[in-house]
Design a protein around this ligand. Structure first.
Ligand SMILES: Cc1cc2nc3c(=O)[nH]c(=O)nc-3n(C[C@H](O)[C@H](O)[C@H](O)COP(=O)(O)OP(=O)(O)OC[C@H]3O[C@@H](n4cnc5c(N)ncnc54)[C@H](O)[C@@H]3O)c2cc1C
Length: 383
């Protein structure tokens, strides 16, 4: 068959694929990280809220919650070792009526069950001091760079497809080249279901859940001191208000299910939807003009969430799919979990070498505020 050979091919260079490549490369595994776009972190991982969650509101006992909590320590180590900036501002959730007050009290009980520091105040509001904001693009690029420094090969403009069984492992098309791997890890975000289908696995489907944001100069010149959270409803954390590292104020995201995986536009109705939801939280924004708007597409599983583990139909293919809404936070916990699956598939996985920052990874870097990057990329691609 010819072509290159690696132990693990990681398909998809969002924050999850970059974290998986880093974890495996640090553990002595030969890794190729292949990203379809012209740079790492151009899809969900570069178009989100940038909030690093504590897991205070995650359902106790679920896999997503377990991986959020498992990520906390390695993420702190990585942020420090790789020099990724963080705004340690905490978050505040304030109920508006008795029904919301009861929901907030229930969340406080969940936070206690998850072991997350919190303070339920006399006025019914909940303070979560550990919630913080980062630059999600710098985080993703730093993980990719560190994976490169640990020995992973990094490729962009290299879509993975056409998986087929080859001996104990798989052969795949990577860009224009044929690659054989003992294991393929499917971190392809919105493309994870299409990649699985090339191996005959139709076990899950992914659809985009669009989240739109408005960016403002902070009213009065000072961004909010904390992340302001609405009381969530089932299925969505709701529209929040948060400060960015570069001193802006962002409101969003919306939650709009769609079918088109390439439609990253902000819908014309989105600004009014967002404004209506944040009017009570930041009344000063009334009449203020946003300086920018952006949209992200969450890779949402249709009827499933956090699909992690070997494909039942093709075990050398390990899925890390449907990481819809907390992947930035959980990436390093997910990566540790995936290392266990890779070892179980017969690849030797050693102890991790120390984390080292790496040189700038190939492809589009970060030039200007992260929240403008995807919009500029889409505009350049369209022209
Ligand atoms: C609006 C919004 C707000 C969010 N807010 C937060 C938040 O505050 N905190 C938080 O923790 N999480 C948040 N999230 C969730 C988080 O962004 C995602 O969970 C995370 O980015 C998923 O990472 P991923 O690597 O799985 O997917 P992606 O970032 O989508 O990466 C998948 C990559 O795979 C590539 N790809 C696709 N097909 C192929 C192929 N065949 N071959 C090679 N490459 C391929 C894509 O180009 C893409 O780069 C938010 C998401 C959105 C959209």
């Amino acid at each position: 068959m010819g072509g290159a050979e690696v132990e693990v091919l990681v398909a998809g260079g969002g924050v999850v694929g970059c974290a998986v490549a880093l974890e495996l490369a640090r553990r002595g595994v030969s890794v190729l990280l292949a990203e379809a776009e012209d740079g790492f972190g151009l899809q969900a991982s570069g178009t989100n809220s940038g909030v690093l969650h504590t897991g205070f509101d995650s359902v106790p006992g679920e896999l997503e919650t377990h991986l959020i909590l498992r990520a906390a320590r390695p993420r702190e180590e990585a942020l420090a070792a790789l020099g990724v900036p963080v705004k340690r501002c905490g978050a505040l959730m304030t109920p508006r009526d008795d029904a919301e007050r009861a929901r907030v009290a229930a969340l406080a009980r969940g936070a206690a069950a998850n072991g997350v520091a919190h303070e339920l105040r006399d006025d019914g509001s909940l303070l979560i001091p550990g919630e913080c904001v980062t630059d999600p693009v710098r985080f993703t690029l730093a993980l990719a760079a560190a994976a490169g420094a640990a020995g992973a090969e990094l490729r962009v403009g290299a879509p993975v497809g056409d998986l087929e069984r080859a001996g104990d492992g798989l052969a795949a098309q990577v860009g224009g080249a044929r690659v054989r791997a003992r294991v393929v890890v499917n971190c392809a975000g919105l493309g994870a279901d299409a990649l699985a289908r090339t191996a005959g696995d139709e076990g899950f489907a992914i659809h985009p859940r669009k989240g739109e944001f408005l960016v403002f100069e902070p009213p009065g010149g000072a961004a909010p001191e904390r992340i302001l959270l609405p009381v969530p409803s089932p299925g969505t954390k709701g529209v929040l208000v948060f400060p960015t590292l570069d001193g802006k104020l962002v409101t969003g995201p919306t939650a709009h299910d769609q079918q088109d995986k390439r439609d990253w536009r902000v819908r014309p109705e989105a600004p009014a939807e967002i404004r209506a939801k944040v009017a009570a939280m930041v009344p000063e924004l009334e009449g203020a003009e946003p300086i920018a708007a952006y949209a992200g597409l969450r890779p949402a599983g249709t009827g499933c969430n956090y699909v992690i583990g070997p494909s039942p139909l093709c075990p050398p293919l390990i899925h890390v799919a449907a990481i819809r809404s907390t992947g930035l936070t959980a990436a390093l916990g997910i990566a540790a979990d995936v290392a266990g699956h890779v070892a179980a598939a017969g690849v030797e996985v050693g102890e991790p070498a120390p984390l080292r920052p790496g040189p700038r990874p190939p492809g589009l870097g970060l030039d200007g505020p992260w929240w403008t990057r995807t919009a500029r990329y889409e505009a350049a691609r369209a022209s």
